[in-house]
Design a protein around this ligand. Structure first.
Ligand SMILES: C[S@@+](CC[C@H](N)C(=O)[O-])C[C@H]1O[C@@H](n2cnc3c(N)ncnc32)[C@H](O)[C@@H]1O
Length: 274
């Protein structure tokens, strides 16, 4: 049986995992210090638990306890029940999705181990927007990507917003974080991957005309600056998704990185069939 524990004091230390969920700096340091992340909504909490992440506690308004009863009964964690106003005072926003869970992070695997057996891989360089990262994981899971590699500074896929936007796809795709931004692409190529650098530069090879191989890694750049010149130089080929000839005159010189990822993953699924 779930342990339902009514709480009314937003300063209750048992709720410290949930404070100020929109304060990115606070959350980054708190979550790193305690090795946790926050999952929001029934589906995401189920997927996090199903992926083997231990649940530390849950926090929700009482009306959600019954519809979530089977989930709560299967978890050995305290379930804190609070009024909506208390939830808002703790988290800093109106909690619409019903339930929050504080969940333990698991150690990330090494890059080599997520690449073993993978043939279609995304490599993300220094993305800063958590929603973009979550969205790219969702595209990747939907479009047959085997693994994702993050640059050392790329935004955290387990940040609450990434997890939420991914709808839990962050638990479905194996991923790892590079230790060394400068050298680790070379190691990727050494394991047999052709590196295709996605750039909006329309002088690059259209992606569907690029050289194929048994194993392809697509490099995607950050929202502002795109791929660094170092990564563009390290790639085997720079490739673009052709845009409308009128786009430039309309002031549109690139796609959003998520849109680019979706098109590129779909193209890749034809270049490297399963
Ligand atoms: C918003 S764009 C960055 C724009 C940046 N000014 C640049 O020149 O790269 C973010 C990333 O999305 C991908 N991207 C955007 N538009 C693309 C296109 N038409 N073809 C291929 N990749 C694209 C690239 O990987 C790029 O680094």
């Amino acid at each position: 049986m779930a342990r339902l524990i009514p709480v009314s004091d937003p300063a209750d230390p048992r709720l410290a995992d949930y404070v100020r969920l929109r304060d990115m700096n606070l959350r980054k340091s708190l979550e790193a210090e305690h090795g946790l992340f926050v999952a929001e909504g029934e589906k995401v909490i189920r997927r996090a638990a199903g992926a083997g992440h231990p649940v530390r506690s849950l926090l929700m308004s009482r009306r959600w306890a019954e519809p979530l009863a089977d989930l709560l009964d299967g978890l050995d964690a305290p379930v804190y029940i609070a009024a909506d106003a208390v939830l808002e005072a703790i988290t800093g926003f109106q909690v619409h999705r019903g339930a929050l869970a504080s969940v333990e992070r698991l150690p990330l695997p090494a890059v080599d181990s997520v690449l073993a057996g993978a043939r279609r891989v995304l490599v993300l360089e220094d993305l800063v927007d958590h929603a973009n990262v979550g969205s790219i994981y969702r595209c990747a899971a939907a479009l047959g990507i085997d693994a994702i590699v993050l640059s050392p500074r790329c935004a955290d896929p387990l940040y609450r917003r990434s997890v939420k936007v991914s709808m839990g796809a962050v638990f479905a795709i194996p991923y790892a974080r590079m230790a060394n931004w400068h050298d680790d692409l070379v190691k990727l190529r050494a394991t047999g991957f052709t590196l295709l650098a996605l750039t909006p530069d329309q002088a690059a090879t259209p992606m569907d005309e690029a050289a194929t191989g048994d194993r392809i890694a697509l490099l995607l750049g950050s929202e502002g600056d795109g791929l660094s010149s170092h990564w563009l130089d390290e790639a085997d080929e720079a490739v673009c998704i052709p845009m409308s000839p009128d786009a430039m005159s309309a002031g549109v010189d690139s796609l959003n990185v998520t849109a680019a990822a979706a098109i590129a993953c779909h193209t890749l699924s034809r270049m490297v069939p399963a």
